[in-house]
Design a protein around this ligand. Structure first.
Ligand code: V47
Length: 387
């Protein structure tokens, strides 16, 4: 049955999708303004299945957030605090090492990000990377957003090249996609006025790609941005990807309002809907003809939306996470960690095929037991409640 017939308002875009023709800015805006979620999902799922069939990727990972002290203090964020705030923390090397010791043997990745703490020199971060590599040389280190790299250049009076040389030497292997937020000047100046500029974020990632490392990219939505701002953001990422090919996955992140300055200033804003979350995923899959993977971050959208997103263009769920702080500071009610078999169950229950990957999307495992029991036992996680 043809869902999108010749008279459908999106028929011309559907024809382009089938011909694998690049979508324009205007196409993106029309898709993002469409309320016909079923048709968006149908088209996005067509692309998703053409690229990946039923495969759904996840990894076995852990997060470490070494400090929440942040001099940037973005209005949208509830994680970063001032140095004198009672909630302020900076992990000692012993605390970091303890967290590394707690990482289960089957993990393949550690994801390290934190606040822009002006009192920490680059040596602190080099020590973290070296501690991971000393204790767990098998773990891939995905660490530091483009914003943190920019912050390190200013605090240490070094160039991006010098910072990267030192971090790579200490063990850095790839970078997550955070810090991009929304590139357009108008909403960016409202939600994160003092942050690294859009141009600088893109410049850092371009440099990292040219240095041979892969990174991810994100977009923060559901705040003060317009449809045009969303597509402008995606367009700038797509242009950079044309030049470097260094992005592995795009991760749309819906803004969580609790405990943020932004919700105090704009009380009419609120939580995203599953409806919009699915629309953004679907438009991303259709718009990014040059990024292989679209990730739905289960910890952020919740399990039910994440499962549905696997039919709306997403082919990746992220990983176990564990000890997530950024979204939980902003009111996330989702669990802070899932076992490997929980993820497998989630994917299978959605009618998709689970594939455990490493950070660079090499396949680690495709065979999993039928029940959660045995994995739960071997994957016990300490400190799930630490916030
Ligand atoms: O940069 C912060 C966002 C990002 C809030 O690359 C918020 O694999 C919503 O980038 N509401 C960090 N969002 C998380 C991130 C990420 C997560 C998982 C995987 C990967 C990857 C990257 O979270 C920040 C910001 O955009 N964020 N505060 C908030 N209140």
């Amino acid at each position: 049955m043809e869902i999108i017939g010749a008279n459908h308002p999106l028929a011309d875009i559907w024809a382009k999708v089938q011909r694998e023709e690049r979508l324009t800015f205007e196409d993106g805006v029309r898709l993002m303004n469409s309320n016909d979620l079923a048709s968006l999902g149908y088209m996005a799922n067509y692309v998703r299945e053409k690229k990946h069939g039923a495969k759904t990727f996840f990894n076995t990972n852990r997060h470490i957030n070494p400090t929440n002290i942040c001099q940037t203090l973005c209005d949208f964020c509830a994680f970063g605090v001032r140095m004198k705030d009672p909630k302020a923390y900076t992990m000692t090397m012993e605390e970091i090492e303890h967290r590394i010791d707690m990482i289960t043997p089957d993990a393949t990745e550690v994801h390290i990000v934190g606040g822009n703490n002006p009192s920490l020199k680059l040596e602190y971060y080099e020590d973290i990377l070296r501690a991971v590599k000393r204790k767990r040389p098998d773990l891939h280190i995905k660490a530091f957003t483009g914003v943190e790299i920019d912050h390190f250049t200013r605090v240490n009076k070094l160039s991006v090249a010098e910072v990267l040389d030192r971090l790579i030497d200490a063990g850095l292997e790839s970078m997550p996609g955070g810090g991009a937020e929304i590139f357009a000047e108008e909403p960016r100046s409202i939600i994160c006025d003092h942050k690294t500029t859009a141009e600088r974020w893109l410049e850092v990632h371009e440099y990292v790609h040219k240095r041979g490392l892969r990174t991810n990219c994100t977009m923060l939505y559901n705040h003060v941005e317009t449809t045009e701002h969303r597509i402008d953001h995606m367009m700038r990422l797509r242009d950079l990807q044309d030049r470097t090919g260094g992005f592995q996955t795009f991760i749309p992140l819906s803004w969580h309002p609790d405990n943020t300055e932004l919700i105090k200033k704009y009380p009419h804003l609120g939580w995203s809907t599953g409806y919009d979350d699915l629309r953004v995923i679907a438009v991303a899959r259709l718009f990014f003809d040059n990024i292989d993977h679209i990730k739905t971050y289960w910890m952020q959208v919740g399990e039910a939306v994440a499962q549905t997103a696997l039919w709306f263009g997403a082919d990746d769920l992220d990983g176990n996470v564990v000890e997530e702080k950024i979204y939980h500071a902003a009111g996330s009610k989702n669990s802070q960690g899932m076992t490997k078999l929980d993820l497998v169950r989630l994917i299978r229950e959605a009618g998709r095929q689970p594939v455990e990957r490493d950070t660079l999307y090499n396949v680690v495992n495709t065979e999993f037991p039928e029940t959660a029991v045995e994995i739960n036992a071997s994957n016990d996680v300490e400190e799930l409640t630490v916030l």
